[in-house]
Design a binder for this molecule. Structure first.
Ligand SMILES: [Zn+2]
Length: 316
């Protein structure tokens, strides 16, 4: 039972989407093609489909409970959205909210953490009710990095760097819709809480910056006397980036800064024995990492399995 490692913290995982997204070469352009094959046992069947070269990912939400506090980390894509930048996730009608509600009643959520403002991390911040976007978690504070709020705010478009290709242009244009349906309504309801620097939620949970993927990308750190975990959002898209933190994902807005963040946070995880929870890993869901003998290279030393939608939150 690895649950013992996390002691008094209960962790549940609710999966909204699981499947192929583009190819590994498109999502992780720095990874040499032969690396996937050479380390096939690390990537098959959960992270790479060698038959189609597809990159495999989940979109999922972590539900954390400790003492009387309930935290939801990243809120997926959401239903009913107009998403021309990513048509496969537009106008979804999934049962995600029912499955989340089987784990925790939305009214009982105290804190919603958006690790960053991308469509697949803020969607269920809200839901469409009688033609209006309403907060899904009526009693929660929504903790959002100010750097992303400022960068993606429709009033600050001049801050955004120019898109480098048509795909980026579509995604950059789409952020206006994301802001309007998933961020503006929680600001209007008075539930939005922006943070900078380091931000303590309580004596165990805190937010810390991990910029690069987006300017405000962040890590939720859990640190108690006996328990360490890092919810790293989109800092990692593949175990290949644990093995070689210098390798970018094509979704990183500032690849050089994202690389520095990854290198620093993986080093911390290896040093402190923190369980690493990336946003999009299918399969077990979380990992312990350690050095693999060469400077700057790491390995997954143990996978930590969090069952999807588990009611008990057991970690085995
Ligand atoms: Zn993401």
């Amino acid at each position: 039972m690895i649950r013992g490692d996390l002691n008094d913290v209960t962790i549940d995982r609710v999966v909204e989407f699981s499947g192929p997204i583009r190819t590994v070469a498109e999502v992780l352009p720095d990874v040499p093609a032969e690396f996937w094959r050479a380390h096939e046992e690390s990537f098959v069947p959960d992270y790479w489909d060698p038959g189609t070269d597809a990159y495999l990912a989940n979109v999922q939400t972590w539900v954390l409970r400790r003492g009387g506090l309930t935290i939801v980390v990243d809120t997926g894509i959401g239903n009913d959205r107009s998403r021309p930048q990513i048509p496969v996730f537009a106008h979804l009608q999934t049962d995600f909210l029912e499955r989340l509600s089987a784990v925790v009643r939305p009214d009982d959520v105290d804190i919603v953490v958006n690790t960053h403002i991308h469509y697949d991390h803020v969607g269920w911040n809200t839901m469409l009710v009688d033609g209006e976007w309403r907060p899904t978690f009526p009693n929660a504070r929504y903790i959002v990095p100010r750097a992303d709020y400022d960068y993606f705010h429709p009033g600050n478009e001049s801050r955004m760097r120019a898109p480098e290709n048509a795909d980026e242009k579509r995604r950059f244009d789409g952020i206006r819709l994301v802001f309007a349906d998933s961020i503006a309504p929680i600001e209007a309801s008075g539930q939005l809480e922006l943070w900078t620097g380091e931000y303590a939620i309580d004596d165990a949970f805190s937010m810390a910056p991990a910029p690069g993927h987006t300017p405000g990308s962040s890590v939720l750190r859990l640190a108690t006397r006996d328990t360490r975990a890092l919810f790293v959002g989109d800092m990692l898209h593949s175990p290949a980036q644990i093995m070689r933190p210098e390798w970018r994902s094509s979704f990183d807005l500032d690849a050089a800064t994202a690389r520095e963040s990854r290198q620093a946070w993986i080093a911390e995880a290896a040093r402190t024995g923190a369980v690493v929870f990336p946003a999009h890993f299918p399969g077990p869901g979380a990992a312990l990492v350690g050095p693999d003998g060469r400077e700057g290279h790491y390995a997954v030393t143990r996978w930590v399995t969090v069952p999807p939608g588990s009611l008990e939150g057991s970690i085995t």
